[in-house]
Ligand binder design. Sequence first.
Ligand code: TPP
Length: 601
Amino acid sequence: MILDQIQSPADIKSLSIDELNLLTEEIKVFLIDSIEKTGGHLSSNLGTIELTLAMHYVFDSPDDTFVWDVGHQAYTHKVLTGRKNMMSTLRQKDGLSGFTKRSESEHDIFGAGHSSTSISAALGIAFANKLNDKPDTSIAVIGDGALTGGMSFEALNHAGDTDANLLIVLNDNEMSISKNVGALSKYLTRLISGKIYSTMKSKSLKFLERLPSIQKFAKRSEEHLKGMILPGTLFEELGLDYFGPIDGHDISILIKTLENLKNLKKPRILHIITKKGHGLEEAEENPLKFHGISPPSSSTNNFPSYSSVFGEWLCNSAKADDKVIGITPAMSEGSGMVEFANKFPERFVDVAIAEQHAVTLAGGMATKGLKPIVAIYSTFLQRGYDQFIHDIALQNLNVTFAIDRAGLVGADGATHAGIFDLSFLRCIPNITIIAPSSSREMYKALNFANHFEGPVCVRFPRGKSSVEDFVTESKFEMGKGSIVKTGKDISIFAFGNMLDVAMKASETINATVVDMRFVKPLDEDLIVKIANNSKTLISIEDNTLYGGAGSAINELLQQQNIKTNLHILGVPDKVTEHGTQSELYEIYGLTPEKIIEVSKK
Ligand SMILES: Cc1ncc(C[n+]2csc(CCOP(=O)(O)OP(=O)(O)O)c2C)c(N)n1
């Protein structure tokens, strides 16, 4: 096997094209086998094997730098840069990250997980190279999905106005997680189908002559002619030289093209066409299913996931009220919205990977009496923070945020952890925040939110409820928590799914357990009453300790001058790891055992 002899990118430089083609096949088999066991982004990685080989063949990493957008398609890069033997640990505790990570390898120049950052980062690197007098090429690899994110446009706008030695490889497979959407995506499709002709600039014409013939996608004379009456590509208008489209699975063409592009030292973009799931029939046919696959199931109960209960609620609400609109930034499957999209296509809005826009769009809709529900992962809401404050909260607009994947998410690790939302939302005026303790409670919370005038966030975790429901008051009342169990001396204020953890602890210790339901406004009366009658208070939340729900209780007790023994459990101020969700809860002490230990102290 050739693959067994590859320890570093240097080892592929002497291979022939035939050997590289063989190596492509070997890597494909290796990745399929490996990802089936570990889980991970299968179809995206099957689409980038040839590109990665060609890039490492032509360029010299780590001097030439590769910035992989999102970083989910960089498995072949990991394999070629000395991490093959660790691929069996992918996305597991103490194992390789599922994304690029600086601490993992000198070849991972920039960490990722969130999309649309690659052009900015690569441009920054190109600037540094220039200042340091380095001839190295800075390369961003970005998918057509990630290109829809606002940051990409900001970076293109800047890059085109520089002379940076920046190469952008646009990996176009016409898919985001689901089918890519939007006008830009349609534009790229028109580019591929040749309906738009490039107005090649004089330098680029010379370049064209050196390209393999398949590259000459339009005859020069025709090119000139069209150039006079048709605009150049969008990218050229923005000041970048545009090349392509070329077949991103043809290693020989890729190498020849990249070799040519290596010598051009200005902002340039190479458009390659790939197929998600390439070479694996099932994945080619259903790239969505194989975008991210889970390791062999370890599911524990039959309860529906929070996301699917959200989807059910959305359908029911939309049926009852024609003002209800569901908005997703490119995450309709993950957010449980597929059925809603099918049943209410005119009220389903996928804005592509555009979280900022999703938030402000909802604000606009709310001014005209619509009831937008923004379904968004906690970690991706970070992208829309100013919009959340400026466009929703300050104007007190009637928007519901269904914040999925809150808390520790597991294998995706730190970049995807939803552990900051309570802190970054709590400090904003006009905001109501609910953390339901089960998926049934979430259903009730969403009903409450939908009938409330003003912005409401309902934040819930990844996966399933550990219990179907705790019997608490059936209706949500503004700012009211609910005592689930009455005990002695110790009282536990539980937020969201941490109620289950508290209840389990209460089987060992004699404690009062409160389902707080609201993080903002807090049930102040209840907290004060309980604080005055307990020796020890414990609060527990799956959010960072800093500025979260426990901090809110602490602030209240301070304001009321109540001197008590409050212990706050939450995620410590650290970059969190990846692993299973339960491993992470264990590591960060969000367990019944930890509550018992604390209460004994
Ligand atoms: C800011 C942000 N929003 C959403 C996501 C979730 N996400 C991960 S990959 C992906 C699709 C990316 O599509 P593309 O860039 O075309 O890459 P492909 O997988 O098709 O190769 C999405 C939406 C993310 N990582 N970051």
